[in-house]
Design a binder for this molecule. Structure first.
Ligand SMILES: [Ca+2]
Ligand SMILES: [Ca+2]
Length: 307
């Protein structure tokens, strides 16, 4: 009887571990936010399509626009978008703790719906029709955080209630917290366009422009025509058809056509892979449960009746 109970407990524990590992059990009860997307971006690619250079003013220290990591997680109340940079500084004392970064996150949540422009002119990019965006989260210092939807008008002010941006204790990560009541719970199927620009209060849609020649307050290495992207880094794999260099370099000056981007998805390697530790733990529990069950069944007939 005791052995049978043990076997049952072992099987239940195994089932729970497997369910947890495969994401079937809601993890709201856990203290740590649940991670749904987690991806590195190459270091040292804060050059747009491969040619851009920083403005010459001393405030633009190297690494400010070099995204190195991006993570999406959620707890019962908020969705957290964590963008890590090589460098974060706050020379002009933005209350959020960072003066330079402009982070535009366009999210494809719903296949077959959404829009392929940036809503407002500024980033100077377009999005692949197959992965049209439905939500747009814009984060910058001085109270600029907003959520827009694909249905918004160009002049829409967006939703700012409950949104915040702050720098985490590592000093390199900007965390954008968005209430779930605004954007819902992030699904693992969501696709992300994470675009990094330089905040410029005088620029179109707050983007500091990229010109042919760098100046104190403008990037160089691009074109003076408003066709090349004002995006300095974007979340993308290091190589292949979806690389940053290929995507941001896909504009055409002669035709005046903007670069067309594709998002990154969790399933394509950007997602949080089930940790090897969790898999090992599940396997150990499975083997243990199997052994206990086998042992219990094997021993039962020879156990002398109790009296
Ligand atoms: Ca980078
Ligand atoms: Ca990149």
């Amino acid at each position: 009887m005791r052995r049978t109970s043990l076997a049952v407990i072992a099987i239940v524990v195994t089932a729970l571990v497997i369910a947890e590992v495969s994401g079937l059990v809601p993890c709201a009860a856990l203290a740590e936010p649940v991670v749904v997307f987690d991806m590195d971006d190459p270091v040292g690619d804060d050059y747009g399509p491969g040619t851009y250079v920083y403005p010459t003013h001393k405030a633009f220290v190297p690494g400010l626009f070099d995204l190195t990591h991006f993570k999406v997680s959620h707890d019962p109340e908020y969705v957290y978008f964590d963008a890590t940079f090589q460098e974060v500084t706050n020379p002009w004392n933005a209350p959020e703790g960072f003066s330079h970064q402009l982070i535009n996150i366009y999210i494809d949540t719903t296949p077959g719906a959404g829009r392929t422009d940036t809503l407002r002119k500024g980033a100077l990019v377009a999005f692949n029709r197959k992965y049209a965006w439905d939500l747009f989260i814009k984060a910058l210092g001085w109270g600029g955080c907003r959520v827009f939807t694909a249905q918004d008008a160009v002049e829409a002010r967006g939703i700012s209630d409950g949104l915040s941006a702050s720098v985490l204790a590592d000093g390199k990560t900007v965390r954008i917290a968005v209430p779930k009541v605004v954007i819902g719970e992030p699904a693992r199927s969501w696709g992300y366009y994470v675009l990094v620009g330089s905040q410029d209060a005088f620029g179109d849609d707050d983007f500091r422009p990229v010109m042919e020649k760098a100046g104190s307050w403008v990037f160089g290495g691009g074109s003076d025509l408003e066709v090349d992207p004002n995006v300095i880094d974007m979340l993308a794999p290091a190589r292949g058809r979806g690389s940053q260099e290929r995507l941001l370099g896909s504009y055409n000056l002669e035709r005046g056509s903007l670069a067309v981007l594709v998002p990154v998805f969790a399933a394509a390697g950007g997602g949080q892979a089930t940790s090897p530790v969790a898999i090992a733990a599940a396997l150990v529990v499975l083997v243990a449960a199997g052994t206990v069950a086998w042992w219990a069944r094997r021993r039962r007939p020879t156990t002398p009746p109790r009296g």
